[in-house]
Design a protein around this ligand. Structure first.
Ligand code: AMP
Ligand code: MG
Length: 700
């Protein structure tokens, strides 16, 4: 069973809730292909009905199949319909209620109608509960006051759905009876408006463009509370998660849920499939956390080679962020969470690549004469007539080829008067013409999930008719410095202090990488303070980069704390600059503890953090583009460690910074990239080719 759009509605039986979003109002949310829009607040039923009706009409006219879910019962316990309407047709109940319910934003007669229904039954009941001050004839205030009305207390669905309320209860916390009375009239009107293109489950086969189903968000309540972001109202989050979850099911899974025994009581979509729903729901908004051993050190290595460390990270890290729909105007710098498919062919129709004259090719060698057709085809103003064999038409760049035209001769190559054009052949069929879809076919995957969207990509999206893409949420990256010696650059430093260089540098790098930068500040060399800051960071960030305190010394509190979580890996990397890298999880949040030395901090950030963060942000592990270029320097190095030199490319050669001293921050600024010297011992002479990696290759 396939649907394109899933619209979930959290209904309400009460009165107008005012203009600002409130709980217990009506919330609606639409999702397609596992991606939900923002939930929308509806202050009352009138607003909601108009909106839903317009939405369904729009989807219908766009040719999209919609499954719309409403969270109230579509029927009553067996026997009620026959007693009330003398019919077993559930729509007879809908109509009976619709004919009697009066509804305006601030008043309705639902309790009176319930009393009227009760009056038709023997005894007292079945409806009960009265939210009004005045008494209503035949409507008891208490459920226990009912007797001998002869109706079952629950539908089969409520027996199966633990915690679901019976439809008879009209007031009190959790009661749903009022929602049913105040919802069925809306459904009746929607159904009348969209017949014969609408079907109601489970009363009718869902072979129509619009399907209406009964939902019960409590089926996914655990996933709802586990994923509800601070500041989003529960009802809003609930419809969002349910819409997204149902739209993420496979057609078979959804078909299985819809496939139930016929009943005139109605039923709840997903009953009996709660485990599958919960599983799909909990996967929707937050990816699974990283495993505790993701930073475990490769066994046996005393000094871990850079390549081994990178391979380990590449293998063990995964995406830690959810996804959202973004317009293409906001897409550059974001990572695609779904393949992007062309909505339309590009070009959409065959057109001319030049200004000239179009005709049916080919044109043989020698002089060719074509009689000119009156009119012309211009970009945006196509010629609608037909061009016959032997005729030609004036055509401009980008204009659609009129019927009968497949070849264009350049205007510079013809002699023309008002009646005819002449030119020297030969000219191949199709010359100077662009075929429809030669660039992109409709439906073709033009970019894959994991792609970091470039400005050029956004142009391609637009050309392919894509206005919105699904991107991973921006990774929230916390940046933290540690060390008693540090102070801010705008403070007065005493002689024992140095300015914190790493934090502004790493913040700027993170911003270039497209992450949401969260400046977590500076931690002193004090374990409990650092702990408080990490706790804070773990609640606000998807990943943290810290610098300093990463070794195993007395004041290396970062590694000591991560050690305590059992997830620390203190990597001693065989590289210069660098060495200690403390990696671990703090409250499930990955922490990259970089060396404090700014040169080492930056190089380690580029070599390890940059590709790792890209993967955690939903992208792919991508080695930086590098170039083999002649050295303007000479150097020899030892075996057993990789070296990175601050370098720049000038006049066809790569030169390196005068000092390899790792405290020389100015060299980072001087450089435009790094020279990478492999682990083995080597001697480099001037003119030898060395590997140069521009900072741009690291996304800077
Ligand atoms: P650590 O890794 O904490 O032992 O620090 C190594 C060296 O880097 C020491 O000289 C620190 O003073 C220096 N350092 C640590 N953090 C920073 C920072 N944020 N900015 C500048 N220098 C730092
Ligand atoms: Mg320190």
């Amino acid at each position: 069973m396939t649907f394109d759009t899933f619209l979930m509605v959290d209904w309400s039986g009460g009165n107008d809730r005012g203009p600002s979003p409130k709980k217990d109002a009506i919330w609606v949310c639409a999702a397609r292909g596992g991606v939900a829009d923002e939930p929308i607040y509806m202050r009352n039923r009138q607003v909601a009905e108009d909106w839903i009706s317009a939405f369904l009409r729009f989807e219908h006219s766009a040719g999209r199949r919609v499954l719309a879910g409403f969270d109230f019962a579509f029927g009553y316990p067996a026997g009620f319909g026959r007693a009330l309407t003398r019919s077993d047709d559930p729509f007879a109940i809908w109509q009976w209620i619709t004919d009697r319910i009066e509804d305006s934003p601030n008043a309705n007669n639902r309790f009176d109608v319930a009393g009227q229904i009760n009056a038709q039954f023997d005894g007292i009941g079945p409806f009960w509960g009265n939210g009004l001050k005045r008494d209503i004839a035949h409507l008891p205030r208490k459920g226990l006051a009912r007797r001998a009305h002869g109706m079952p207390e629950k539908r089969r669905a409520e027996d199966d759905a633990k915690g679901a309320f019976p439809v008879w209860q009209l007031s009190g916390a959790g009661a749903v009876g009022s929602q049913v009375l105040m919802g069925l009239p809306t459904l009746t009107r929607l159904r009348d408006a969209f017949l014969p293109d609408i079907a109601v489950w489970p009363f009718e086969p869902l072979d129509k463009p619009i399907a209406i189903v009964e939902i019960w968000p409590s089926l996914i309540s655990k996933a709802v509370s586990a994923t509800q972001p601070a500041g989003r109202i529960k009802d809003a989050h609930q419809v969002l998660l349910l819409a997204q979850t149902l739209s993420a099911l496979s057609p078979d899974e959804l078909g299985e849920m819809l496939n139930i025994a016929p009943t005139s009581e109605g039923s709840i979509l997903g009953l009996g499939h709660a485990a599958l729903l919960a599983k799909v729901a909990s996967k929707q908004l937050t990816p699974p956390p990283l495993k505790n051993d993701c930073f475990a050190m490769p066994q046996g290595a005393h000094w871990t080679p850079v390549a081994a460390a990178q391979a380990h990270l590449q293998q063990h890290l995964s995406c830690v962020v959810g996804h959202e729909a973004v317009t293409i105007g906001e897409a550059a710098g974001r990572i695609l969470a779904r393949d992007a498919k062309a909505q339309r062919a590009h070009p959409p129709a065959p057109n001319s690549a030049v200004d000239g004259y179009g005709f049916a090719g080919p044109a043989p060698a020698g002089i060719n004469h074509f009689a000119l057709v009156e009119g012309r085809s211009a970009a945006g103003a196509p010629f609608h007539g037909k061009v016959s064999q032997g005729q030609a038409i004036r055509i401009l760049t980008g204009a659609n080829l009129p019927t009968g035209v497949d070849t264009v001769v350049l205007q510079e190559d013809v002699s023309a008067n008002a009646q005819q054009v002449s030119f020297h052949g030969p000219l191949k069929r199709g010359a100077n013409a662009r075929a429809a879809g030669e660039d992109m076919q409709q439906g073709q995957t033009i970019l894959q999930k994991g792609r970091l969207v470039t400005p050029a990509d956004t142009g391609m999206f637009a050309a392919a008719g894509i206005g919105e893409v699904v991107a991973f949420k921006r990774l929230r990256l916390g940046i933290l410095s540690t060390g008693d010696e540090l102070c801010e650059a705008d403070q007065t430093a005493d002689s024992g202090q140095i300015y914190d260089a790493n934090r502004p540098m790493l913040c700027a790098m993170a911003a270039r990488w497209g992450y949401d930068v969260i400046d977590l500040g500076r931690a002193p060399d004090n374990r409990s303070k650092l702990k408080t800051m990490l706790n804070d960071g773990a609640t606000r960030c998807d990943a943290i980069i810290a610098s300093g305190g990463a070794s195993a010394g007395d004041e290396d509190h970062m590694s000591a704390l991560l050690q305590g979580t059992g997830s620390l890996a203190l990597w001693r990397i065989a590289m210069k600059p660098g060495r200690p890298l403390a990696l671990g999880l703090w409250e499930n949040t990955p922490v990259f503890g970089l060396p404090g030395n700014p040169v080492a901090a930056m190089v380690c950030a580029l070599i390890f953090a940059h590709p790792s963060l890209r993967v955690m942000a939903g992208g792919t592990w991508t080695p930086p583009e590098s170039y083999l270029l002649p050295a303007a320097f000479a150097k020899s190095k030892k075996d057993g460690r990789r070296e990175y030199l601050r370098a720049r490319y000038v006049n066809g050669h790569v030169e390196t910074f005068a000092s390899e001293g790792s405290g020389r921050v100015s060299g980072l600024s001087w450089a435009t990239g790094l020279v990478e010297l492999d682990d083995a011992a080597q001697t480099i002479n001037q003119g030898d080719l060395v590997r140069f990696i521009p900072f741009a290759s690291f996304g800077l």
